[in-house]
Design a protein around this ligand. Sequence first.
Ligand code: AMP
Ligand code: MG
Length: 314
Amino acid sequence: MTSKNATECLQANAEGIARAVQILESGELVAVPTETVYGLAARADSPEAIAKIYAAKGRPEFNPLIVHVSSLEMARELAEFDTRALDLAKRYWPGPLTLVLPLYENAPIARAVTAGLSTIAIRMPAHPVASAIIEQLGMPIAAPSANRSYGLSPTKPEHVYASLVDDCPALVDGGSCEAGLESTIVALRAGGTWRLLRPGPIPKEALSDLLGPEERGSAEQIEAPGQLERHYSPGKPLHLNRTKPKPGDFMIGFGEIEGDVNLSPGGDKAEAAARLYDCLHIAAASDKAGISVAPIQPHGIGKAINDRLKRAAA
Ligand code: AMP
Ligand code: MG
């Protein structure tokens, strides 16, 4: 059986990239590999194209999108970069760090991208395919994770197909995503303070080294839906910090704690981050009623892994 609207599968070569650019130009969506997860991309200046992202994901319209650029110049046409923003961009771009900055009023961005906010989330992906697509398109793309809202993020093409079934016109096949976890999001306030909105591959300690201590007092306030308690849901009960599976559970091991799959037999947290969603997808597709996960020490990227697991378990 073919699906209602079969996804056009493009290769990660010059021809595939040119076709992806053509589809994006026409206002359609393309799933694009990045170093974090697969993104569902649309040209950022078109209200119609952006509306298709929200519809395909079933995403609430109050949840703003991250805009992806291929150069600092492109980013600086959208938002005000103070010296802190420039320092962070110089150090971490291209890479898995998203900056939330004051949006220029006349920026060529559809209002729905920022959900009407006066700030915008921007990042420069470190993936040659994503970068080439944006550069050839000649404008930023908005690209949230290529999955239905509240579900697991996709780190392989098959995850995208399974989640978006009929709602992804095209996909560029870039294999598995290298980092495997969504970007770190940091908001830089006009007043000089900052706040971590989502932990990710760039650890908070690296940010406070550069920016000083995080602002105090607002930790409970939800600003990014990535902070919502329930997110990244595998669709069945998830039990954390298990050294043995709960009876009847699919076990996701880590290091010496064995399982039906293992995030990293050698106990390497970067490898665990890269494999996290794939293991959760496998566990979700198994015939077991629940999922148990071995403990992962909450240091460095372990913090971001535990953040995702906690929300997946909520
Ligand atoms: P996703 O694209 O699904 O990885 O989610 C993007 C995350 O960035 C969401 O949690 C958004 O709420 C957050 N985000 C995007 N724009 C802004 C903004 N202007 N202010 C705060 N958070 C934002
Ligand atoms: Mg997402």
